[in-house]
Design a protein around this ligand. Structure first.
Ligand code: ATP
Length: 309
């Protein structure tokens, strides 16, 4: 009797926002030292890996036209890396469904890589543990380890050296998304150009970590910071209007996520978030306004994929 084919593995991995992003001076390697606090949000990526000969990829959902489907795609690179490291010859057809905006400063590509690693590991039975997956993820990009671990974490080094942060309660964020993305290397180059004095070694403010520990959104709002804001606004001047409109919409605080252009506005609760979102939509400064909650879990396997009828 023929064994029924494996129906596939469905993994969901979260996008992130940065509650703080402190950036130091460019190193000779070209990288910048970072001190950041990541928070995973309920806007996430879905990857389904199905058995196949060789590796293939389809991408659908938000901004899919902007995503490469060749060997540079981070989900494909993740599957390829897992094959190389484990020596398996198994294949997979990857189906990526995007919800996180492309080049939005929310690490959607990294979430795809994290989800593809976990999905292929399950599909192929290669049995890597979380720590091994995180190490492989770091080879693919600085934000991949966080997409695997999720929740709230402090990132040092280039953002890839993670320590989990204690956080109480649920945070309600309003996200202002743009149609157009911002290239992370271009934003860092603009940061270098705008720099007048050597910045101090980056560190995360203890007050922000205390606010998370206490579950105090008012206090958290006071500590939101992103050193890339001026650089992102320099490249996309309309971002100034988004930041101003978010502040006017009555949010507790506003911050640019990563290298932008997504702007995150912190609300007190779900009801407040809905009202901030409504005001922001009427201000017509964003292509889309979404309400999300945080912290969200890291990459995880969902219910088994049903076999096609
Ligand atoms: P970063 O992680 O550098 O902050 P970001 O969050 O701003 O990036 P992403 O959407 O993660 O932006 O991707 C940045 C670029 O990576 C895209 O413009 C795209 O060309 C490329 N890319 C490769 N693979 C993917 C993928 N699976 N999904 C989205 N973008 C991808």
């Amino acid at each position: 009797m023929r064994t029924p084919e494996h129906p596939g593995v469905h993994v969901r991995a979260p996008g992130k926002i940065n509650l703080a992003l402190r950036v130091g001076a460019r190193e000779p390697s070209g990288y910048h030292p970072l001190a950041t606090v990541f928070q995973a949000v309920s806007l996430s990526e879905d990857v389904v890996a199905r058995p196949a000969e060789g590796l293939s990829l389809t991408v659908e959902g938000r901004g899919c036209d902007l995503v490469p489907v060749d060997g540079t795609n981070l989900a494909l690179r993740a599957a390829e890396l897992l094959r190389t490291v484990t020596g398996t010859t198994a294949g997979a057809a990857l189906q990526v469904t995007k919800h996180v905006p492309v080049a939005g400063g929310m690490a959607g590509g990294s979430a795809d890589a994290a989800a593809a690693l976990l999905a292929c590991d399950q599909l192929w039975g290669t049995g890597l543990d979380r720590r091994e997956l995180v190490e492989l993820g770091a080879e693919l990009g600085a934000d991949v380890p966080f997409a695997l671990t999720g929740l709230t974490a402090v990132g040092a080094g280039h953002g890839d050296v993670l320590t989990s942060a204690m956080s109480r309660g649920t945070y309600h964020w309003v996200l202002a998304l743009q149609d157009e993305g911002l290239s992370t290397p271009r934003v860092f180059a603009a940061f270098d150009d705008l720099l007048e004095d050597e910045p101090p070694a980056p560190e995360v403010d203890e007050g922000l970590l205390a606010a998370l520990l206490a579950g105090d959104p008012h206090e958290l709002a006071r500590h939101l910071v992103n050193d890339l804001t001026d650089a992102a606004v320099d490249l996309m001047p309309a971002l100034d209007d988004v930041l101003a409109a978010s502040a006017r919409a009555g949010a507790l605080g506003t911050v640019l996520s990563g290298s932008g252009p997504t702007v995150a506005a912190l609300a007190l609760d779900a009801e407040h978030a809905a009202s901030v979102a409504e005001v922001l939509r009427r201000a017509e400064v964003a292509a889309e306004v979404l309400v999300v909650t945080a912290p969200a879990p890291g990459a995880r396997v969902l219910e088994p994929v049903r076999a096609p009828l």
